[in-house]
Design a protein around this ligand. Sequence first.
Ligand code: AMP
Ligand code: MG
Length: 413
Amino acid sequence: MFRKLMTFDEAKNAISLHLKPKPLGEEELSLLEAYNRVLQGDIFSALDIPPFTRSTVDGYAVKAEDTFGAEENQPVTLNVKGVVNVGEQPRISVGRGEAAEIVTGAPIPDGADAVVMVEDTEKENGGLRVYRAVTKNENVMKKATDIKKGEAVLKARQVLGAPEIGVLAALGITKVKVFRVPVVAVLSTGAEVTELGKKLPPGKIYDINAYSLSAAVRESGGKSVYLGVVPDDSAELRKALEHALASADMVLTSGGVSVGPKDLTPQIVDSLGKPGLFVSGIAVKPGKPTNIALIGKKPVFSLPGHPTSALLMFHLLASPVIRIMAGRPATEVTMAKAKAGARMFSAKGRRTFVMVNLKRDKAKQLIAEPVETGASGAITTLAKADGFVEIPENQQFIDAGEEVTVVLLKNVA
Ligand code: AMP
Ligand code: MG
């Protein structure tokens, strides 16, 4: 099966060449459903925000110049003309020597150009004593200073987080066009692999990959559909894969890709349609038995069974495809420069990914320590790692103390 191992770079090129990933299309959602979705087009404002000039404090709307010279021991006295409430057009205007009581968020009445805070005033005998001068526009938010009518407030491809949803709400937009979320069918293979919720008989293990991969699909902007565990049986695998292809935009399998007699996944995937398998094994460690196919228009990633290998290969190769299908940037890689805390060895002729923990030494320098259990079967390897260091094919090791680039898998403070 692995006669012609592709290099890691060849595999990445083959993915762009064969899959040519692009966004799947758009759908319109109500604003309440749009959180964490990707905007399909620019959003222009049809309104000025705020729509009117308003007060930012509770106090008195005044002509600023009427307060000039007011001080703690030398107040200015003004006539209170009436009240301006929120949610209504002011029915009064402010002339020389006058003030209008106003609350936060209420429109500034004609004639006024500043607001004195209530804390800086005192009411006496129907008059208002002002103990502090204000400048023009003080405590006033002018119309359209937040958003101008016609302005592009959000850009296509922006992810709608809480603040962006707030901006759309300010504009009264109830529906938004977003990219469709790629649906990814996830299935596991192997007679030993047991669905969660069932008893674990001797010789069996729980299905890790379907869960970690489903979470990773979601992190990449996709929606996963768990199709369960399929035994290593040609007919059952074929049936499950056909169902997966019919019900999703992409398929992820794990296990059944090694060279054992029960490792049937790649051949069966290849037989399901054209153009078929285009990556059969990659010169990497971990993750060598990774297979990738295109069946009709649907990518199928057959990942290794070892949980760490499966998740790492997903992260490196499948995640960018899902992200592009979802309208997101292919990667959101963050990296850190660190010093190798120990010698890190590569696998001969293979691109090697060494899982590392980041620590700081006394001089606050970042140190990348290889995560102890190197076995790609241990799920805890990835869970313990802050990121990984990549060793090129032609390099035997990275020496302790050398500077390395760590691709971060987590946010590291
Ligand atoms: P395979 O590629 O099927 O030979 O699997 C390689 C190793 O990964 C074996 O030890 C399997 O038991 C293990 N494995 C395969 N699938 C899963 C899974 N879904 N969850 C946890 N371990 C798995
Ligand atoms: Mg297996």
